[in-house]
Design a protein around this ligand. Structure first.
Ligand code: FAD
Length: 330
């Protein structure tokens, strides 16, 4: 079996940047992703939203950032396996690992876990009738904005995701109703202000969806106002439920790693408690951790600097500057 220096689990932004860095620095690198598409949350959760806080990109659509990261990673020819979920781990006598996925077995000297939120399990809308309209009017994963052109859309939630989606969808939809069960929003107040002033957005606080109706597709939503217990029927072509995602480590939680909730605890060089296993990005926990793309990029750089010395003690001391590397092709 072909043995790799580094196997990265999860092809989100952090795993992709890790694949670029590791292969750029001459490590024999493999990236394993459970979905058919690389890009992680950028592609799966908010492809049409702009990101403003990634260094070097003043403003970039999430899906375009994903494309840039994929392009950067593939330039240095890591082995990429998509459509495979990492499940079991086996430690070999010489300290290397066998990684068992849903369809293959891989051998590697070190592992970096960049599995982020895990398998993207959305928090569900409570009414049982919601199940009937999934992808027939009710969406937990937001489709392209063009899908909502001229539609009447209800966005449910009170955090940044719900606020941002309501604002983005309002550019395409004929009408957006933002429904939140509390009186105040957890998200950015500036976005709340923009929504309040938007001519096609109405906001219903203290309200909750209690039923969904329609023949073959969603046609209306029943809302209750908790203040006076009155119900209202709202005609709607689509509901976007932005209630957040439940982080889930899946089978990785049985690997004997030290955990804090569903996050993996790491030290400065991003080591877990198991030798040769590192973690970076949204999946990790340490004091002061910020779940941002930028921090994930730094973390995986730290991990790879350490891994380089772990693989070859003569190379201790971190990653050399890339500007000193002679790149042949791209
Ligand atoms: C709506 C929204 C807006 C955001 N906006 C910003 C922003 O403006 N700026 C910012 O910095 N951050 C933003 N974030 C956060 C940012 O997207 C995350 O910090 C980032 O995606 C974390 O990257 P990651 O690679 O660690 O994990 P993820 O992006 O979660 O990728 C993890 C990947 O691992 C895969 N995976 C999981 N388990 C396995 C397994 N067992 N086997 C194989 N593959 C597996 C998943 O399928 C996924 O592709 C936003 C998040 C959301 C939800």
């Amino acid at each position: 079996m072909d043995r790799f220096d580094v196997t990265i689990i999860g092809g989100g932004p952090v795993g992709l940047f890790g694949a670029a860095l590791a292969s750029l620095h001459g490590m024999k690198t493999k990236l394993i992703e459970s979905l058919p598409l690389l890009g992680g949350q950028l592609y799966t959760l908010y492809p049409e939203k702009y990101v403003y806080d990634v260094a070097g990109f003043p403003k970039i659509l999430a899906k375009d950032l994903a494309e840039q990261l994929i392009d950067q990673a593939l330039r240095y020819h890591p082995t990429v396996c998509t459509n495979q979920t990492v499940e079991n781990l086996e430690m070999l006598d010489d300290g290397a690992y066998r990684v068992h996925t849903s369809s293959e077995v891989h051998e590697t000297r070190t592992i970096i876990i960049t599995s982020g939120l895990g398998s993207f399990i959305p928090r569900k809308l409570p009414p049982p009738s919601a199940e009937r309209y999934i992808d027939r009017g009710i969406y937990y994963f937001v489709p392209a904005m063009s899908h909502f052109q001229g539609q009447r859309v209800v966005v449910v939630g009170g955090g940044d995701s719900a606020l941002d989606w309501a604002l983005a969808i309002a550019e395409a939809a004929s009408q957006v109703t933002l429904v939140h069960r509390r009186g105040d929003f957890r998200g950015q107040q500036e976005t709340v202000r923009q929504l309040q002033e938007h001519p096609r957005v109405s906001i219903r606080t203290f309200s909750e969806c209690i039923d969904f109706q329609g023949s073959t597709r969603l046609e209306s939503v029943v809302l209750v106002d908790h203040r006076d217990k009155t119900t209202h029927v709202l005609v709607a072509d689509a509901v976007v439920a932005a209630l957040g995602f439940l982080p889930d480590l899946g089978a990785l939680k049985n690997w004997g790693l030290d955990l804090e909730g569903s996050s993996i605890t790491v030290d400065g060089p991003m080591r877990t408690n198991r030798p040769g296993i590192y973690a970076a990005g949204d999946v990790v926990a340490y004091e002061g951790k910020e779940k941002l793309i930028a921090t994930g990029f730094g973390e995986i750089g730290n991990a790879l600097g350490h891994i380089r010395g772990y693989l070859d003690p003569k190379k201790r001391g971190g990653l050399p500057h890339s500007s000193n590397i002679k790149i042949e092709s791209p």
